[in-house]
Design a protein around this ligand. Structure first.
Ligand SMILES: Cc1ncc(COP(=O)(O)O)c(C=O)c1O
Length: 389
């Protein structure tokens, strides 16, 4: 059987490759510590699990869910946006729950990209923006994110002919993989650019709640006119340690939300209702878990930055996100350095080029490593080049 070109031509998904390498090393009896994946290590808070269990026992939740989700969930999402960002949303027209935000991010390209169309995609970036575009038959035009520009895309550098044929623009702050943040002034410029060229903006903001040193990231929807040009993807995965439950949302422009709803209603059958109830609890219940988790991540961030400095590796201290974006030592490519760390000290990091060619020269380390492993991992990192701790 011959599989279709659209699948055959896909690159292997980054983390599948990394998981294979880790498994091979461990099978050989080696201790491997992974800083690779951004999956919160602490469990989902107990009050959320309790609500999930109660809802799972309820026969009303054993049936096909509606694509648009429970009205109570859409109202909880709107309520959370109001409380957190001061953004008012119409729960019936401007909110759509998703089976994890990755699902919506992949599918929105099918709503706006016809074969041959262009999407503006950051480089480096979460790989799904480009993959969704390619699967829909479109072409990503990459916007480099460089340290000199604080890892923001330079919209003025996009050629006029490209901007004119662009249908979708992807941005993501707090950023994966660079840990960079954006202020409202940047989002204002994005709105102006989108208006000028009639482009639909997709802002991906799953890390808005993972922030340090008192910093509070802003929502794209706080920018004037944002909801006329775009949507924001968000997720419960990172804010509430719910990666395994698969629930997120798209909010903002009512036409874009409607297009995504039409597409999804033909393809999936919604989010299991017990999980929707868990999400309602997460968004409307006590929020103290967020600060508690951020304190842990901030402590880990500082320890990792300190150890990297000890072995001569430069990294920007992130104000938000789950990631440290660190420069590789002179003489190495990203892939070579990641391979060297694995080979020499059994530490797994993600090579920056896994997120695009402009990730060359960097590696990404995640803060979601449990404390016991973190200390081992730091000792191993420190042992690289024989630095004693
Ligand atoms: C930037 C970004 N967007 C979206 C996602 C997907 O999150 P989820 O599908 O769990 O909501 C991730 C996951 O790592 C991510 O890093």
């Amino acid at each position: 059987m011959k599989i279709a070109r659209r699948v055959a031509n896909l690159p292997p998904y980054l983390f599948v490759e990394i998981s294979k390498k880790i498994a091979a090393k461990r099978a050989g009896g080696e201790e491997v510590i992974s800083f690779a994946i951004g999956d919160p290590d602490a469990p989902t808070p107990q009050h959320i699990i309790e609500r999930l269990c109660r809802a799972a026992r309820e026969p009303a939740n054993h049936h096909y869910p509606e694509t648009e989700g429970l009205p109570e969930l859409r109202r909880s999402i709107a309520g959370w946006y109001q409380k957190r960002f001061g953004v008012s949303l119409d729960p019936d027209r401007e909110v759509l729950p998703l089976i994890g935000s990755k699902e919506g991010i992949g599918h929105i390209a099918w709503c706006y990209i016809d074969p041959g169309d262009t999407a503006l995609v950051p480089d480096p970036a979460y790989p799904v923006y480009a993959i969704g575009t390619t699967l829909a038959g479109g072409e990503p035009y990459y916007m480099p994110l460089t340290e000199e520009n604080n890892f923001l895309p330079d919209l003025d550098a996009i050629p006029e002919d490209i901007a004119k044929k662009t249908k979708l623009l992807w941005i993501n702050y707090p950023n994966n993989p660079t840990g960079a943040t954006a202020d409202i002034g940047f989002f204002d410029r994005v709105v102006q650019f989108a208006r000028k060229y009639d482009i639909a903006v997709c802002h991906d903001g799953p890390y808005s709640e993972v922030a340090f040193d008192g910093y509070k990231p802003v929502s794209f929807l706080e920018a004037d006119g944002a909801r006329e040009v775009g949507v924001e993807f968000h997720s419960l995965s990172k804010s509430y340690n719910m990666t395994g439950w698969r629930i997120g949302m798209a909010v903002g422009n009512a036409d874009m939300i409607n297009a995504l709803k039409i597409f999804k209603s033909n393809l999936d059958s919604g989010i299991p209702q017990a999980i929707q109830h868990a999400a309602i609890e997460a968004l409307s219940g006590p929020q103290d878990c967020i600060e508690k988790h951020n304190d842990i991540y901030q402590r880990r961030r500082d320890l990792i930055i300190e150890t990297l400095a000890d072995i001569g590796i430069k990294a920007v201290t992130p104000r938000a996100s789950l990631y440290i974006w660190a420069g590789v030592p002179k003489g190495y490519t990203s892939v070579e350095f990641a391979a060297d760390l694995l080979e020499q000290v059994g530490v797994v990091v993600t090579p920056g080029t896994g997120y695009g060619p402009h990730g060359e020269g960097y590696i990404r380390l995640s803060l979601t490593i449990p404390d016991a492993s973190l200390l081992k991992g730091l000792n191993k990192l420190a042992a690289w080049r024989g630095v004693k701790r």
